[in-house]
Design a protein around this ligand. Structure first.
Ligand SMILES: C[S@@+](CC[C@H](N)C(=O)[O-])C[C@H]1O[C@@H](n2cnc3c(N)ncnc32)[C@H](O)[C@@H]1O
Length: 307
């Protein structure tokens, strides 16, 4: 099967013909995604990201894909599939498609109890004088940055309260490059900061001329956004961190993959390190080095001090 030439003809069209081309594409209805095509795309998505689709998402997948296909001029899913699965252009296109397909729903302090648990964990370390090196955190599946910045707020609070130099770093990882770009920009509308307490807004956000809110520089400087695919957790940087925070991501994976990813992440935790997942996200996971904490409002585990 040959790939369609989705590009415009050699002679670049003028603005009027461009508009008519765009209108023609947007008016054209794409054929329905068949069940076989849905399972073919679902398989590809799961192989590459771990995200498992359910049949009820077929119409949604169709609308996400067809809007992208229209932009490129593809008229059927099979040709687009070939395009996405071949060559360098296919690789680039895949990253754009993932930006549309990955669910990036998030908010500041989405699950406040979990974020506060990290505060308590650090506070104990400071009180017990067991914080010897920098305090390092991973936020996995960080979406558009609200989660790592919420963590930065409580961590910064602890350092300031103890009058210590803020010696910490948060590595925020996600598969979606557009989500990471939004995180780096660190600007949020008024609606998006509703879950931040007024005193936290005063300390950590400043209002921009256009009415949006920007995370202050002292927090932005502590958060580093980087692209990573968590299903390849064993290939993540070989460093040891104090906290791994991973919420509302594993839930999209099959159970065996959730367990696999978690088992791999343990190698990246310092002795005594903390792992926080979403409440109920992994019901059947146990590991000999990890002890579930007693607080039942959070799903957190502490790594044994010694192996
Ligand atoms: C629903 S959001 C959760 C965001 C945040 N953790 C929270 O709880 O609010 C899930 C995020 O995981 C990302 N994601 C999905 N599959 C991924 C993968 N295989 N590796 C890394 N990130 C992934 C998505 O791009 C999305 O930003």
């Amino acid at each position: 099967m040959s790939l369609p030439d989705y590009r415009y003809p050699d002679k670049a069209p003028g603005p009027r013909s461009l508009i008519s081309i765009c209108m023609a594409w947007s008016l054209r209805t794409l054929p329905t995604l068949s069940e076989d095509q849905f399972s073919q795309w679902g398989k590809l998505l799961e192989e590459r990201t771990g995200i498992q689709l359910v049949f009820q998402q077929k119409a949604w997948l169709e609308s996400q894909m067809s809007s992208r296909m229209r932009e490129l001029g593809f008229e059927d899913y099979d040709h687009y599939y070939l395009y996405v699965t071949h060559g360098l252009e296919g690789k680039l296109e895949w990253t754009r498609l993932i930006d549309r397909i990955a669910v990036k729903e998030t908010s500041f302090f989405r699950h406040r109890d979990s974020i506060e648990y990290v505060r308590q964990y650090l506070q104990n370390k400071i009180n017990n004088q067991t914080l010897h090196n920098s305090f390092d955190v991973w936020s996995l599946g960080c979406a558009t940055g609200e989660e790592p910045y919420s963590l930065a707020m409580v961590i910064n609070d602890c350092f300031e309260l103890a009058m210590l130099d803020p010696y910490y770093g948060i590595t925020a990882m996600d598969i979606s490059s557009s989500a990471l770009a939004a995180g780096r920009k660190a600007r949020y509308s008024k609606r998006r900061i509703e879950q931040i307490k007024p005193e936290e807004i005063k300390r950590y956000m400043h209002q921009c001329a256009d009415g949006s809110f920007e995370v202050v520089g002292k927090l932005r400087d502590r958060v580093c956004f980087t692209q990573a695919n968590i299903i390849h957790a064993r290939q993540l940087p070989h460093v040891k961190v104090d906290v791994i925070f991973c919420q509302n991501l594993l839930v999209y994976f099959r159970r065996w993959l959730r367990r696999d990813v978690l088992n791999a992440l343990i190698d990246r935790l310092k002795p005594g390190g903390l792992l926080v997942v979403g409440l109920g996200e992994t019901v059947d996971w146990e590991h000999p080095l990890m002890q579930r904490t007693t607080d039942d409002q959070v799903q957190a585990y502490i790594r044994a001090e010694q192996e």
